[in-house]
Design a binder for this molecule. Structure first.
Ligand SMILES: [Ca+2]
Length: 167
């Protein structure tokens, strides 16, 4: 024995509830915790305008929403002390929590794409940096960080990156 009820087939909510809720009958959003709205879910908390992380003490979960394939470790001196090192197999990614960057901002970090010359011959693809302005539904490529051997025969080294985010 089985039954069905409240069937709805039709368009989904515009903007997919802002990526922070689920849509019922095409026009009503049930928003995630800390989000509110009827057809689009908005955060009702004040968003932070800055993110600062040196990976020395705090838990990743205070600043980042999701990560995989990475651990906090020492990695042949990315900078000082610990860094977030993406060394595991499979998907390797890091997503920040939502930030209020409406006034225009920069993103800055040090990155080291390999540790030894042997690593440089590996199969790793470039590191892709994306941003989203709709809660993570659509992502726009901001930068592609590829291997750069620098001086021929020189060891790979940490580079400082500064990128402007659209306001
Ligand atoms: Ca550090």
């Amino acid at each position: 024995m089985w039954g069905v009820d409240n069937v709805y087939i039709g368009p989904s909510c515009a903007y997919n509830c802002g990526g922070h809720g689920y849509c019922l009958n095409g026009d009503q959003c049930f928003c995630d915790d800390n989000y509110e709205g009827e057809t689009e879910c908005h955060l009702h908390l004040q968003l932070s305008q800055t993110l600062v992380e040196d990976f020395e003490n705090e838990s990743l979960s205070t600043q980042f929403e999701r990560w995989s394939g990475a651990e906090v470790a020492r990695f042949c001196g990315v900078l000082t002390g610990d860094a977030l090192v993406f060394s595991q197999q499979g998907e390797r990614m890091l997503v920040t929590k939502d930030l209020d960057l409406s006034h225009g901002s920069v993103v800055q970090f040090y990155i080291r794409l390999s540790c030894t010359l042997d690593d440089l011959s590996g199969e790793d693809g470039p590191v892709l940096l994306h941003y989203s302005t709709d809660g993570g539904i659509y992502w726009t490529l901001l930068a592609e960080l590829g291997r750069d051997s620098g001086h021929p025969g020189g060891l790979p080294h940490a580079k400082h990156i500064t990128l402007s985010l659209p306001g």
